[in-house]
Write a protein that binds this ligand. Structure first.
Ligand code: ZN
Length: 196
């Protein structure tokens, strides 16, 4: 089931999300819905708060990035096959030279800005069977995980921008929260006028 994605300004996007355990109701259905919602909006990642649930679950499918011809073959191969569910992730380390990439977010349609992030991460998480993993990821895969991980910490990519940049896009963000944009996937807008 495709669920509506909550837009910029929704309070749940500013909240630190809670861990889940194996008894979380309908967990496998929730994960299935997250995949379906992510693919329907052409995203490469989705965090549960983006569909209104303040829990620490992320899904990432980085394969669309593998089409970039400038990548070296090994990174392209990694991206091609990278599809993972992260339950209760915990960022252990972020290191390596910060690099810039033009990011977007399904909750903030039509806004893309350059964001600096560290090159490498070490993250601990549970998979769908609640097996614990600790893994190191680099480059674009790390980037997508960092972006999604931010969501469960109540952080949006726009929070990483300079105050000048934020001032420049402020009106655009307000329009998004009011639903004054056109978007081709289902969304919920926190400040949409109910009079329409
Ligand atoms: Zn996002």
């Amino acid at each position: 089931m495709i669920r509506p994605i909550l837009a910029y300004g929704s309070p749940v996007l500013k909240k630190k999300a809670e861990n889940v355990n194996e008894d979380y109701p309908n967990l496998s259905k929730l994960i299935e819905d997250m995949w379906e919602t992510m693919y329907a909006s052409n995203g490469v990642g989705l965090a549960a708060p983006q569909i209104g649930l303040s829990v620490r679950i992320l899904v990432v499918d980085a394969s669309p990035f593998a089409l970039n011809e400038e990548l070296d073959p090994i990174e392209a191969q990694t991206l091609e096959t990278f599809k993972k569910v992260f339950i209760n992730p915990k960022m252990i380390k972020e290191e390596g030279d910060p690099w810039t990439f033009n990011e977007g977010c399904l909750s903030i349609p039509d806004v893309r800005e350059d964001v600096n992030r560290h090159e490498q991460i070490m993250i601990q998480y549970q998979d769908e069977k609640f097996q614990l993993h600790t893994e190191i990821f680099n480059g674009l895969v790390a980037r997508v995980i960092q972006h999604e991980y931010d969501h469960i910490e109540g952080i949006l990519f726009t929070d990483h921008l300079s105050s000048l940049k934020r001032r420049i896009i402020k009106n655009k963000l307000t329009s998004i929260s009011k639903g004054l944009i056109s978007v081709d996937y289902p969304m919920k807008f926190p400040k949409k006028s109910k009079l329409k």
